[in-house]
Design a protein around this ligand. Structure first.
Ligand code: IDP
Ligand code: MG
Length: 137
């Protein structure tokens, strides 16, 4: 089966009307959207999704931020899509993310205790399958 990744356009991306721009970058690269939904996630879903970050100082601010409004969840498919999406997204820190990446071009620091960096992409095939199960059942 072709590789798949979960993508989330985070609440800041939806609030700033960047859903189309963000998904367009993935489509323009040649990856395919195979599932899509909009929802405001509940705490229990986010605690599962971000389980690896439980106990870190930014965990509670991260969960609160992700619950603060609707997100767009998508499944994106293509050979090496996980690595490809993370390259297009750029690193977590939007202030120093390189130009040409989504986080570098569209993100900034808003002085919050969590990085509002617009987009999530799975970091491995195992994470992708786990996360797609959480968000799409
Ligand atoms: P990733 O989204 O680039 O994979 P992770 O390390 O998995 O980054 O962290 C998940 C999310 O938690 C990040 O996208 C960001 O929103 C937030 N985050 C990560 N590290 C920090 C931090 O040191 N301070 C504040 N927020 C952070
Ligand atoms: Mg991550």
């Amino acid at each position: 089966m072709t590789e798949r990744s979960l993508v989330l356009v985070k609440p800041d991306g939806v609030e700033r009307n960047l859903v189309g721009q963000i998904l367009a970058r993935f489509e323009a690269k040649g990856y395919r959207l195979v599932d899509l939904r909009m929802l405001t996630p509940e705490r229990s879903l986010l605690e599962q999704h971000y389980a690896e970050h439980q106990g870190k100082p930014f965990f509670e601010p991260l969960v609160e931020f992700m619950m603060s409004g609707p997100v767009v969840a998508a499944v994106v498919e293509g050979h090496r899509v996980i690595e490809g999406l993370r390259t297009i997204m750029g690193p977590s820190e939007p202030t120093t993310a390189p130009g040409g990446t989504i986080r570098g071009d569209l993100g900034r620091d808003w002085g919050a205790s969590v990085q509002k960096n617009l987009v999530h992409g799975s970091d491995s095939p195992e994470s992708a399958e786990r996360e797609i199960g959480i968000w799409f059942g």
